[in-house]
Every structure is written in C-alpha cells, then in structure tokens.
Design a protein around this ligand. Structure first.
Ligand code: 8OZ
Length: 375
C-alpha cells in the first residue's frame, strides 16, 4: 500500500501503459444501429480519450460476441468482419489522442427479447427461468423498456460453441485495433447467470456446486487468454448486484472460488462493481455484507498480479480512499458521460456537469456529444 498513490499517476496494466488510474467504465448508449460502430461513436470516445484530460483507459460499451449474445436495441457487435471494420475508426480516434481502449465482450444470456434473437428464437440461459427485468427496445424510434422474453436452457453440447464465440470476438477486437478486452461477467448476464444460484438450477457439470457454476466462466477466460494473452485480458465481476434479477445465497464463497481460479491466468486487471450496479454501494446479498478487501487479498495470496479496478459511485474523496487502501484503478461511469474531460475536472476538484437521464439510452448527438468541457 502506497499512501502517495494518486489518480493521476501512471501504471503498467498487463501489456498496457496507462497514463493515469482513471478508467472510463463501460456504458451502454444504444447508438449503434445495425450493430455497427459509427463516426458519432468515434467522436464520443475521442472526446474522452486524452489521458491528461480524460481517461487513462477506456472500456467500451458492452459489445455482443454473437447475434445470440445481443439483448438490447442498437448495441454494437464484434462477430462480423463489417463490425471489425466499423470499430477501427473508434480505436484510431482514441489512439490519435494518445489514449488506450479495451473492448467489453458481452453475451446477455436471458436478458434479451425474441425480436432481437436470430430467427426470433427464445434467448438462451443456464436454466429456463425468466429474468424479472427489462431490456431496451426501439419502438417507433423511441427507446422503450420492455419485459425480457422467457429463455430456454442451454444444452451442455452448445457451450463449447459459445466459448468459441468469446474467443473469436477477442480475436476480432484485436484485429479492430483494441489494446485488449474486458470479459463482462457481471450484472446478471450470461456468465453471471451461470455463477449465481438464483439463475442456475442445472444438475450437470455446469450447475449445483460452486465449482460447477464457475466452470463456464473458467472455460471462457481460458479461451480468451489463450487467444490474445492474459496481459491484454480483464474481467468484470459484480459479486452482490441484484441487476437483471441476479441473486446468490452465498456470494462470498462463490467469488472466493472465482478469484482463486482467475489468479493464475495472468490477467491485466480485475474490475469489481461494489454493491448494487449504479445504486447503493452497501447492498447486501447473502448472510453478511460482502468483504471486498478479503476478495482482493485472496487474489493476491493466490498469486494474482492484475490491477485491481474498483467501480460504483466513486467521487474524488472515495477514489483517493480506495487507492490508499490498495486499489490500483478507479472506474467512473455516469460522470464520464456528462464530463468528457473528467480527468481534468478531478485534478482541479470540479466543477462537474450532471448527467441527463433522458438521453442515456438511444437518441442522437444531444446528451452524447454535447456535454461541455472546461474553458
Ligand atoms: C444499462 C443498460 C443496458 C445494459 C450492464 C451492459 O449493466 C449493461 C447495461 C446497462 O452491464
């Protein structure tokens, strides 16, 4: 623990040299019609990419690894050649500013709608249990929150194909010029659905015991690391979030197992959402408050050397406290939407623009490209 560490100091993170500890969190914006990246998205990321005024590292909005992995209107993908080509304008723009950017790889599992699935099919999940949550569809061009569709349970024979989809997506992300990837294993999406007991009622090798529920995560991570290297791979976890109807009876032993399994992979970073995603940091699931310090210690004791990235509701004082307590990186979400120059604003202690909720999901340049910078 180094009491002198500040947000504005560089750090080597796997193969990436970051100019600061400030990370732009992944943020879904539903502005990628046809599941392609576009010039507006390149401008949005470029505005936040300069490492002295913006982020030391940008994590993209969640990006679908396959058509089946998609669950919201106008979110981007990374399974096709056209998608790879479309993302190059984004990585070029970020690199032109001297920034670094990794792509978040996403399979939504049951958090989808038949209208978004190949052939109008049911979404897939560990078990045929409908998530009590909403997805975003576009109705007459307007973002509308709609109930998710009833999923079907995946057959074990389908899982190697999905693991291969993650691997292929990681390869595509590197071909598109990204510095690495973050595997989205948080917020009640497919990997988290396997991990957590509320959504995984399987009786085969992928359900029941903690070991079994973590098997799919491990297979995905091993495949991605084999493809692009651990030093370009990160992971996002959210041990107690209730997002998308996620729940578990005993999150501490589950994530203790998960973090021990991740330690030998040589990951660049581990990104942990503390509490309820976008909500209370002290949200509790299971018999006791979740002990994040113990999770971090377990990772280090198991030999894990990746940067420890914390997220959820951070402001400058809380970020400084986290760094003093041993975190390496701090991810900021909504503050980065409203403040393209969040780095500069944190450095001088504000002021901060506030985020406009009506333009978060879908829409045009308003609330996307027009938040003002200082001076
Ligand atoms: C908000 C709206 C849609 C998706 C997540 C990818 O929670 C998301 C997401 C957030 O991780």
């Amino acid at each position: 623990m180094d009491p002198m560490t500040s947000l504005f100091e560089p750090r080597q993170v796997g193969a990436m040299h970051l100019a600061s500890r400030i990370v732009m969190a992944p943020l879904t914006r539903n502005r990628a019609p046809g599941s392609l990246a576009n010039a507006r998205m390149a401008t949005y990321y470029r505005q936040r990419a300069n490492p002295t005024t913006g982020a030391g590292l940008i994590i993209t909005e969640a990006t679908a690894i396959s058509h089946q992995g998609q669950g919201y209107a106008d979110v981007p993908g990374i399974w096709s050649e056209a998608q790879v080509a479309s993302w190059k304008q984004v990585t070029d723009a970020v690199h032109a500013e001297g920034g670094k950017i990794v792509m978040q790889l996403w399979h939504v599992g049951r958090v989808s709608h038949t209208s978004l699935q190949p052939g109008g099919a049911a979404p897939v999940a560990p078990s045929a249990i409908t998530a009590k949550t909403k997805t975003v569809l576009l109705v007459d061009g307007q973002a509308k929150f709609m109930d998710t569709s009833a999923p079907r349970a995946l057959d074990a024979s389908e899982l190697p194909g999905i693991v291969q989809d993650y691997r292929h997506a990681a390869r595509n992300a590197m071909a598109a010029g990204f510095d690495g990837v973050e595997v989205h294993a948080a917020n009640g999406y497919l990997i988290d659905q396997f991990l957590r007991s509320g959504s995984n009622h399987r009786s085969d090798a992928y359900g029941g015991s903690i070991d079994n529920r973590a098997r799919f995560l491990q297979e995905v991570m091993q495949a991605v690391v084999a493809e692009i290297g651990g030093d370009r791979t990160g992971i996002r976890l959210s041990p107690v979030t209730p997002a998308n109807d996620a729940s578990d009876d005993a999150p501490q032993p589950l994530f203790t197992h998960v973090i021990k399994a991740l330690a030998p992979l040589g990951l660049a970073f581990v990104h942990v959402i503390e509490g309820s995603t976008g909500g209370p940091r002290d949200h509790q699931q299971g018999p006791a408050p979740f002990d994040y310090a113990a999770l971090h210690q377990t990772y280090r004791a198991a030999g894990g050397q990746g940067a420890w990235m914390v997220n959820n509701g951070y402001d400058l004082p809380l970020a400084n406290q986290a760094l003093a307590e041993g975190a390496d990186l701090v991810a900021f979400g909504r503050p980065f939407i409203a403040n393209p120059d969040l780095g500069a604003r944190l450095q001088q202690g504000g002021p901060f623009n506030t985020v406009e909720r009506a333009t978060l999901y879908g829409g045009g340049e308003a609330g996307y490209l027009d938040y003002p910078t200082l001076g």
